[in-house]
Structure formats: structure tokens, C-alpha cells
Design a protein around this ligand. Structure first.
Ligand code: SF4
Length: 359
């Protein structure tokens, strides 16, 4: 692979690609379907993992195009070559199946460079109050995944992926109405993975009513995301009514408990940029999170097909750079770094340049 850009240039390119997406050949779309985060593909720019939107409406007018070049790929901007890149291939474990003949790619997908991910419960109790940007029920309806994963199947897929060098797994869930908000099904899957594979486990959930559940899941997981999504109360109420109803105080209780048992830097919260929030709310949120030992995972909005935001666009590159720069200063002052985190999205960093900037 070759790249005609410097390291700083690669970060700029990553930010711009995530803002505008890239056009790719139709056949790559069909091969990449379902792999990694929805409506996109994973590429490597000078070795840096980058998830790039390829399926959304705004991609059609993107100046970026990816096309095969010999054994590798080439990135073009307005028809002119920018650099070479690699496109993540399909893992071999995708061809294996569970004892009930469910292909492993319906159980866990490749994420970034060395991760896999599984949505343990592919549904959400919030219904009308569910997050406007979330596609969890879209993929459930499409049949590309198993609606509720069995712990033993997740462990089998993780074992197979481990043989190929995948070293961490992201276990997430829709919020369930079982009182534990989905933490127990996650814990069972995390325990099964730990029992079968020498793999780091990252879990993501909403604050459970009983913070003691965080202690229990910490026994079988290495890092955790408890995602508030936005610190702008009006924006959160519009975009994630269910989470807004939970209230920030409950998140703070959960973050504090999580830092106590997982350790500073192993706890994160997604902060989505581009939902209409004020920039000051992002900075206030970053100050709050870092003061607690929680790494703020700033990520640009990626409007997904089938969601209520599917006609939206991601925030522009200049806006993202400004937000990243200000927030990175807050993270640096706290002593936190993305590289502290040993698993999950902060460790992976393919969906944001913030982890590269705060490495
Ligand atoms: S940053 Fe998170 S969601 Fe994105 S590819 Fe990596 S593990 Fe998956």
C-alpha cells in the first residue's frame, strides 16, 4: 500500500471521507454488505482504519471515489489520484456456521482492524422514544442478523475470529424492558466469550437501574461504553427521547460506578456531533466526562438508511476539525488518552478521527 499524504494529512483525509463518503463499485457494495458499521466499508489509509460511508444519499455527490488498482485500491478526488488504500477483506470466519447452520457473520461482524462486534439483543424497548439515528431495528428486519444471539454462538464466532487475529469484541444491545436494560444478556455473552477465547471484551449499555449490575459485568468485560450521545438537553430530547427521559444524573451514577470497577480510561461515552447540539454543550460534556475518568468518544453523525435521519448529512470536515481540536485540549489536560483503552470503539477508532488526535 502507498500513501501520498503525511500522517497529519491522513487524519485530515479521514475526517473529510467521513463527512462526504466515497463512491465505490457496485460489486464491492454487495460483497461488503453488513460488514462493519452499517452503510459503509472499512478501509486502511496508511494503515489507519477508517469506516467510510458508501451507501447514503449524500455519497452520490461525493468528490471521492475508490477504485481497484492492481492488487490494491486507489482513492480519487474529483477524478485525480490522492493515495493508495486497502479495503478490509471478508474474514474467513464468516464462512463458518453454528451447529444450527447460522453463518457466523449473522452472529458477529468484523469491526475496524482487529475487532468483531455483535448486537446481542437486536431490538429496543423505547419504541416511539427510540434514538432517531439508530438502525438497530432496521438490520433486525432485514434478516442480516440474528435478533437475539445465544452466548455459546457468540463465543464460537469469537473463537473462530481469534484464530484470524481478531483480538477484541464489541458487545452491544438494544435497551430491553427486563429491568436491567439488557445488561444481563450482555453479561452472559461476555462470560461465554471469556470462557472460550482469549479476547478482550467491550460492552455497551444504558445505565441499568441497579448499578450493582455494572460490578457483575466488569468481572467478565474489559471496557464499557455508557452512551449519553449528546449533552445538549433539547437536542437529546428531540433525537433520543428515551435517553433524555433517563436523565443525566443516572448516567453520572453509572459512569462513576463503571470507572470504579473498570478503571479510568476504560469507560467511554459516545458524543455524537451533528445532531443540532451547541458546541458548548460538547465541551461541557467533555469536561464532565474527563473529570470522572471517562473518555469522550466524539463521533460524527452518520445518517443511516431506514432511520428518521436518513436524509440528513454528516457534519462538514471544517466543523469536525474545530470540535475535535477544542475537545482534544480538554482530553489532554485530563491525562486521558485513547490508547489507554484496551478494547471497543476507543481502541478501534475506525469511526472517528478523535482517537487518532488524542492517541
Ligand atoms: S469504532 Fe466502534 S463501531 Fe466503529 S468500527 Fe470500530 S468498533 Fe466498530
Amino acid at each position: 500500500m502507498s500513501a501520498a499524504v503525511t500522517f497529519g494529512g491522513v487524519i485530515d483525509l479521514k475526517i473529510d471521507l467521513q463527512a462526504r463518503g466515497a463512491r465505490i463499485p457496485d460489486w464491492l457494495h454487495s460483497r461488503a454488505g453488513g460488514a462493519g458499521p452499517a452503510d459503509g466499508i472499512t478501509v486502511f489509509l496508511d494503515g489507519m482504519p477508517v469506516t467510510v460511508p458508501t451507501g447514503a444519499w449524500y455519497v452520490r455527490r461525493s468528490p471521492y471515489e475508490m477504485r481497484p488498482s492492481g492488487e490494491s485500491w486507489e482513492l480519487l478526488l474529483d477524478g485525480a489520484a490522492v493515495c493508495g488504500l486497502d479495503v478490509a477483506g471478508e474474514p474467513e470466519y464468516y464462512r463458518k456456521t453454528t451447529p444450527e447452520s447460522v453463518p457466523y457473520h449473522k452472529v458477529a461482524l468484523r469491526h475496524g482492524r482487529d475487532g468483531i462486534g455483535s448486537t446481542v439483543v437486536q431490538g429496543c424497548v423505547h419504541g416511539e422514544g427510540s434514538c432517531r439515528f439508530c438502525a438497530i431495528t432496521v438490520s433486525a428486519a432485514s434478516g442480516v442478523t440474528v435478533p437475539r444471539k445465544k452466548p455459546e454462538d457468540v463465543a464460537r464466532a469469537a473463537s473462530a475470529a481469534l484464530l484470524e487475529g481478531y483480538s477484541h469484541i464489541v458487545l452491544t444491545t438494544g435497551t430491553t424492558g427486563d429491568g436491567d436494560r439488557g445488561v444481563e444478556p450482555l453479561r452472559r455473552c461476555a462470560a461465554a466469550v471469556k470462557g472460550e477465547a482469549d479476547m478482550k471484551v467491550h460492552v455497551q449499555f444504558e445505565p441499568p437501574g441497579d448499578p450493582g449490575l455494572i460490578d457483575r459485568i466488569a468481572e467478565v468485560a474489559d471496557s464499557v461504553a455508557i452512551n449519553v450521545e449528546s449533552f445538549d438537553r433539547d437536542t437529546l430530547t428531540r433525537m433520543a427521547p428515551g435517553k433524555s427521559a433517563t436523565g443525566l444524573a443516572e448516567y453520572e451514577i453509572a459512569w462513576a460506578r463503571a470507572v470504579k470497577v473498570f478503571g479510568a480510561g476504560q469507560v467511554t461515552s459516545f458524543v455524537i456531533i451533528g445532531l443540532g447540539e451547541s458546541e458548548e454543550s460538547v465541551m461541557e460534556g467533555c469536561r464532565l466526562l474527563t473529570s470522572m475518568g471517562v473518555y469522550p468518544f466524539l463521533v460524527p453523525l452518520r445518517p443511516l438508511a431506514g432511520t428518521l435521519l436518513e436524509k440528513w448529512s454528516p457534519p462538514g470536515a471544517e466543523k469536525m476539525k474545530g470540535v475535535y481540536e477544542r475537545a482534544a485540549a480538554i482530553v489532554a489536560e485530563s491525562g486521558l488518552r485513547a490508547s489507554i483503552c484496551d478494547s471497543g470503539c476507543v481502541h478501534c477508532g475506525a469511526c472517528t478521527a478523535f482517537t487518532d488526535i488524542t492517541g
